[in-house]
Design a protein around this ligand. Structure first.
Ligand code: MN
Length: 301
């Protein structure tokens, strides 16, 4: 359970946003079923469009959207039209297929910051019906200068209402300057931590924004400490055994499934139509010339 710091790298998302990609990374592709993590901001969007990501498809995953600052309007092919604010969870379960758009409303707060995470769906859920859930009332624990919001799964005796399909947890911790706490965690879960603001020590390792600290399995307690104000997000879960092919917005099990998902999106099948977004759907990129290989959580094919 040696701590492994994975630095992440910058990726352009849409025309106006640069994000920090924290998962997957070469030495560590997943944390439990969490298979993708982008951190964005804090960005000054006062005189800018903010997030403008047109309609695009997903399959085989759940998207977990979490804001620290700002507002994002979600539309999807089920007809959902939902604005998300800090402290709320947007949980979109693609099942076999869904499409959505994400945009900053025309009149939006001046700063945008948050996370977008994906959770890989297990075999018995990945072909299921798509769903969208907005959770505005999540369990919050507080004490000793620490406020924890349980976004997914259970922590400290409370459980999020959000529906997960494998054993996992996601939680945000806000630490006041000088706060020290010890979080009871599951020894069968592997964990990862992302600092969003400030600096913290997680399991004894100093962590700042821009990286993901992989914490492995075998812990019963996870110490968190901060000398100044800090905000971090903890992800964890039972190690996910199925090898995955991740390409563009799709999580699948084979090259052929990716080809089929891409063709379905380009032909207007399976994923439905997002209505009301002021812009065109995003076309899928060309397939790479090499076959995509399924890789396990260690990156082995
Ligand atoms: Mn998306």
């Amino acid at each position: 359970m040696d701590n492994l710091l994975l630095p992440g790298h910058d990726v352009a998302l849409g025309r106006y946003t640069v994000v920090r990609r924290l998962l997957p990374q070469r030495p560590r592709r997943m944390v439990g079923a969490w298979c993708f993590a982008d951190a964005f901001g804090p960005d000054d969007v006062a005189d800018r469009p903010g997030m403008q990501v047109g309609p695009h498809p997903h399959t085989g995953l759940q998207t977990v959207t979490w804001l620290v600052e700002g507002e994002v309007l979600h539309r999807d092919s089920l007809g959902s039209l939902v604005s998300i604010r800090p402290g709320q969870l947007n949980l979109m379960t693609s099942g076999r297929g869904i499409a959505h758009s994400e945009e900053s409303p025309a009149a939006h707060p001046p700063v945008m910051q948050g996370l977008q995470l994906w959770v890989a769906l297990p075999e018995d859920a990945r072909h299921g019906e798509p769903a969208f859930d907005h959770h505005a009332d999540l369990p919050v624990l507080s004490g000793d200068g620490v406020t924890a919001t349980v976004v997914m799964g259970s922590l400290g005796g409370v459980t999020s209402p959000a529906r997960a399909h494998t054993p996992l947890v996601g939680a945000e911790f806000v630490l006041a300057a000088g706060a020290r706490t010890t979080v009871a965690v599951e020894p069968d879960f592997e964990y990862g931590a992302i600092v969003l603001n400030g600096a913290a020590r997680v399991g004894g390792t100093p962590l700042v924004p821009g990286g993901l600290l992989y914490l492995g399995t075998g812990r019963r307690e996870l110490p968190l400490e901060a000398d100044g104000d800090a905000r971090l997000f903890l992800i964890g879960g039972a190690p996910f055994d199925d090898p995955l092919v991740m390409w563009w917005n799709f999580v699948a099990r084979s090259h052929e499934e990716i080809v089929e998902a891409r063709e379905d999106w380009m032909a207007g099948r399976r994923f439905g139509v997002v209505r009301g977004y002021d812009g065109d759907p995003i076309p899928a990129p060309a397939m790479p010339t090499v076959r995509l290989k399924a890789r396990d959580r260690h990156g082995n094919s």
